[in-house]
Design a protein around this ligand. Structure first.
Ligand code: PBG
Length: 333
């Protein structure tokens, strides 16, 4: 009998398709990455990321309340640090009254149920734009980890629910867990950027924070390839994620997203903690630019990418589309 199978039976109409759909998306699947700056009443659009802003804390808090009503339950926070506060130690990163610490406190006061995950890495605080301390022309691992522990504890003191190390130093998850526990923060979680690739997709983000590795005339690495991973590799990603889970990470992350979905699936199959995916700034910028030119359908591409990231194995997606996608999903309900 020809044909033996008729796969199209399950695709006949939207009702049938909805019955057999294997993956779903909801606003609670998203984390929203947000940029914070000094000042009051500031909302500055990032040129390479239309629709995404750096907010001063007063406006950030308003936006966060709105996100919560849309069903978004987690935000990743990044700060734009003023140049005078940057050095090669990162000490501003654990200033109790620093921009990050003030932002965390303000969010948790205004919207206590929003899960706050501050970024733990030195690049916004580094005169060199590196995620670590530079010594003898190199990014030094262990002294950087010591700095990250101080930073994470100060985030916990400010009220962070999770800390999110994005630096890719070795051993940092274990040291962060020990440091948080020693300071009495057993319930503050770690969402580790475990498999973070050295990617050109981060370009617009570095514009947002002015955090790209800088030309200072001194001998420092010109890129982040001695700590972020080579995009030709997959074994490394699994290894890093397994190590982080063993060291105590409550969640691991793969970053970037859409070009790395094979990695997402393999990590998912190899760890027993939730896997997060960061749909990064360059991925956002590409869709916005193509849509602006009328070359792609914005909303359809957005939903397709988010759904495919989820299908690949993501429990949570950190995406600049979180708000737009949540609005769309709420309309479809
Ligand atoms: C830095 C950091 C980066 C991103 C998140 N944390 C940039 C980098 O590593 O240079 C990129 C996120 C994005 O592109 O959206 N610790």
């Amino acid at each position: 009998m020809f044909p033996l199978h008729r796969g199209r039976r399950l695709r006949q109409n939207e009702s049938i398709r909805s019955l057999v759909r294997e993956t779903s998306l909801s606003p609670a699947d998203f984390m929203f990455p947000m940029f914070v700056c000094e000042g009051e009443n500031q909302q500055i659009e990032i040129p390479s990321m239309p629709g995404i802003y750096r907010y001063s804390i007063d406006l950030l808090v308003k936006e966060i309340k709105e996100l919560f009503t849309l069903g978004i339950r987690a935000v990743n926070i990044y700060v734009k640090v003023i140049d005078d506060l940057k050095d090669n130690t990162g000490k501003e990163a654990w200033n109790k009254k620093g921009l990050m610490q003030r932002a965390i406190r303000a969010i948790k006061t205004a919207c206590p149920e929003m899960i706050v995950m501050p970024d733990v890495a030195l690049d916004p605080y580094s005169i060199y734009g590196h995620d670590g301390i530079i010594k003898n022309g190199e990014v030094e691992n262990d002294s950087t980890v010591d700095a990250l522990v101080k930073m994470a504890v100060s985030h916990a003191q400010a009220g962070a629910d999770f800390v999110a190390p994005s630096d890719m130093m070795d051993g940092r998850v274990l040291r962060l867990r020990e440091g948080l526990d020693a300071a009495g923060f057993q319930n503050v979680g770690i969402m580790s950027y475990s498999a973070k690739y050295a990617s050109a997709f981060y370009g617009p983000f570095r514009d947002a924070l002015d955090s790209a590795p800088k030309e200072t005339g001194e001998v420092v690495p010109k890129d982040k390839k001695t700590y972020q991973m080579d995009y030709a590799n997959r074994i490394e990603a699994i290894k890093e994620a397994v190590w982080d889970a063993e060291e105590g990470a409550d969640m691991v992350m793969v970053k970037p997203g859409t070009a790395y979905l094979d990695i997402v699936r393999e990590v998912k199959d190899n760890v027993d903690v939730p896997v997060c995916v960061y749909h990064v700034s360059g991925e956002y910028a590409m869709i916005k630019a193509a849509a602006e030119k009328g070359w792609l359908d914005h909303d359809q591409i957005m939903m397709e990418q988010l759904m495919c990231i989820k299908r690949a194995g993501a429990s949570l997606i950190s995406t600049y589309f979180a708000k737009e996608a949540a609005i769309l999903l709420n309309k479809l309900d």
